[in-house]
Design a protein around this ligand. Structure first.
Ligand code: VGL
Ligand code: ZN
Length: 206
């Protein structure tokens, strides 16, 4: 069985949001069209406590700076995706009716979690890997935000866990703190064994 994995399509990552990704909202129609083509649809949701230590304000620093956070390198972000806030909600146009389960991440204030499977220290699992394996998922198709962070680490972990992993390139967008970050992320995923495809390759088959 193949699963569509929708990564962090939340208001704060879309234009107007706290950590807006350029054109982040433009993937929503593609993602909605893709959903009926999958036996299982799962979403991840960045879900931070308001004092999360990935937030620059917690350290009197500016967003974009990098610090050592409890032993891990951490890019500091604007306050985003605070639990129960509108910014943490899924984009209003995202079809949620076909989502079988939502996995929330970034809930421990001491450690960030880009991947939908594990925190950035690979210490704690969200349960997503076991959830997929229990449902006999062998192929994982990744879409969402942002290409150079949560999409990348989710796809790399999916591959590492042994799933056939696909990246739907026209259904992702990146932050690009540095120009070219998203393209570099796609190359890194491809080199790790992730197959890069376009949504029409799915939409054109039954
Ligand atoms: C993300 C930065 C911080 C993402 C989440 O969803 O890619 N990026 N938190
Ligand atoms: Zn976050």
């Amino acid at each position: 069985m193949n699963a569509l994995l929708i990564v962090d399509i939340q208001n704060d990552f879309c234009p107007g949001g706290a950590l807006a990704v350029n054109e982040g909202d433009q993937i929503v129609p593609f993602v909605n069209c893709l959903q009926p083509h999958f036996g299982l649809v799962v979403a991840t949701q960045d879900w931070h406590p308001r004092d999360h230590e990935s937030f620059a304000v917690c350290h009197n620093r500016d967003p974009g700076e990098t610090i050592n956070l409890h032993g891990l390198s951490q890019i500091l972000w604007p306050i985003h995706c605070v639990q129960e806030s509108v910014g943490a909600d899924f984009h209003p146009d995202l079809d949620q009716s076909k989502i079988d389960s939502v996995f929330r991440k970034g809930t421990n204030k001491q450690i960030d979690s880009y991947s939908g499977f594990f925190d950035n220290g690979q210490r704690k699992s969200t349960g997503l890997g076991d959830y997929l394996k229990k449902r006999y998922v062998t192929g994982v198709y990744v879409v969402g935000l942002a290409t150079d962070y949560c999409v990348k680490f989710t796809a790399l972990d999916a591959r590492r866990l042994g799933f056939r992993t696909f990246l739907i390139a026209d259904a992702i967008r990146g932050v690009n703190l540095q120009p070219g970050d998203s393209n570099a992320a796609i190359v890194e995923m491809a080199q790790a064994g992730v197959t890069v495809i376009q949504s029409r390759e799915i939409l054109s088959r039954g």
